[in-house]
Design a protein around this ligand. Structure first.
Ligand code: NZQ
Ligand code: ZN
Length: 386
């Protein structure tokens, strides 16, 4: 196992009908800005419940944080937070609203000329020293943003990740009831996103990290069990609770400590979203089967372990087990009605060229757990995903 530091201060408040507890979670004298997306949080009554729970506190609302949140929108929100001397941000929404609110938290404490420095640092923390405190009411299980210190912002048709320990939510409220209004395809996207968060931390090379491996395998098996149930049956609350907690654990840092990580699928997928507006989880499900087939040799030992322990494939040669495990993984995404080839989304060779150019622009030219996944290999993966 590799050396690591592990720090996660987010207080999780899990369960149904707990919005009233906001009153205890946020200081009585806080000036609060409630942030949300297009319309779902308002339409389904969550914002009304939140405002009621905040009681006599000074509260302002900022709506309109887009899916794949835009830099300019978030800067408007940060300016509004500054003007109104806000001291607590409350995000109500999915990954986009939670990520966007993390960025607002940083920008609200920065000078305008430093806004750009809050992006573009890849996986290294941004050079910020202060952020507004924030909390989340997570309405879409998928990204893990509710319990991590990262976010992804869109600027000029490029996705820009950022990280800072200052933006760990103080608390996140995970209420399964709030997720029942999600359209089915968002459930499918969320299952795929969570599953692939685990794969990008698990399917690398062995370092004898037994807890992380078994924890990862447990999350994957749980998603295989309850993903399709949640997709088909809106009323199975137990399945839904397990889905929510799987998604949080897939990217709250616990399974990723002390192990090599490969975020290639995410970096390629991000550009598919930025250029062609395909939902995040779907982009990953398109890429990862081809990536795993291309990288079979590099990931050999962990792929055999994945086949045996996650999919229960014990018959055949190592090569046969690996092939079957990758096929079953792709079939799992297809069973959630996610189509896993680029042609379906209208992406041709010219589109592939654009993805490569975008990756080059943001310096993503040496991806993977070993830094040897070059843009030539990305092209091969994309061609195989057609
Ligand atoms: O805008 P509204 O009207 O709220 O609609 C949203 C949005 O259109 C809707 N929605 C959310 N909760 C709902 C609901 N509709 C009905 N009922 C509910 N309860 O769902 C749509 C998609 O929401 P979004 O937040 O965009 O989806 P998701 O949670 O998948 O987040 C995707 C974003 O997270 C980033 C992605 O790049 C993308 O920008 N990621 C963040 C990560 C992180 N912070 O660690 C890691 C991920 O890998 C990912 O990159
Ligand atoms: Zn993701």
């Amino acid at each position: 196992m590799l050396d690591f530091d592990y720090y996660n201060p987010t207080h999780i408040v899990f369960g149904e009908n707990r919005i009233a507890e906001l009153d205890k979670l946020i200081a009585a004298d806080a000036k609060v800005m409630v942030t949300f997306g297009g319309q779902s949080a308002k339409k389904y009554g969550t914002i009304d419940k939140v405002i009621a729970a905040l009681g006599s506190r000074d509260v302002i609302e900022f709506s309109g944080i887009e899916a794949n949140p835009q830099f300019d929108t978030l800067i408007k929100a940060a300016n509004m937070a500054k003007e109104n001397k806000i001291d607590f941000l409350l995000a109500v929404g999915g990954g986009s609203v939670m990520d966007g609110t993390k960025f607002i938290a940083l920008a609200a404490k920065a000078e305008a000329e430093d806004y750009a420095s809050l992006l573009s640092h890849g996986f290294a923390p941004v050079p910020a020293t202060e952020a507004l405190a924030l909390g989340c009411i997570a309405t879409l299980p998928a990204t893990g943003s509710e319990m991590n210190m990262g976010g992804v912002i869109t600027l000029e048709h490029q996705k820009r990740p950022f990280m800072s320990p200052l933006v760990f939510p103080k608390f996140s409220l995970l209420d399964p009831e709030l997720t029942k209004t999600l359209p089915k395809e968002q459930i499918a996207n969320g299952v795929a996103d969570a599953f692939i968060h685990v794969l990008e931390q698990y399917l690398t090379f062995p370092v004898d990290a037994r807890i992380q491996d078994r924890f990862s395998e447990g999350v994957l098996q749980t998603l295989i069990e309850i993903g399709p149930v949640t997709y088909k049956d809106n009323d199975d609350l137990n399945a839904r609770k397990n889905f929510i907690w799987s998604a949080t654990n897939a990217l709250n840092g616990a399974i990723g400590v002390g192990v090599p990580q490969d975020w290639s699928t995410h970096m390629i997928g991000h550009e598919l979203t930025a250029l062609f507006d395909i939902a995040h989880g779907r982009t990953l499900a398109i890429i990862i089967p081809s990536l795993l087939r291309e990288r079979k040799e590099k990931k050999h030992a962990k792929l055999v372990q994945f086949a045996e322990r996650v999919w229960g494939i014990t018959e055949g040669t190592a090569e046969e087990k690996i092939n079957k495990a990758i096929d079953q993984t792709e079939a799992f995404f297809n069973s959630l009605d996610i189509i896993t080839n680029l042609n379906h989304y209208g992406i041709d060779d010219a589109g592939i060229d654009k993805v490569i150019a975008n990756l080059e622009n943001v310096g993503m030219t040496a991806l993977s757990e070993s830094g040897d996944l070059t843009l030539d290999i990305v092209r091969k993966i994309l061609i195989a995903a057609k």
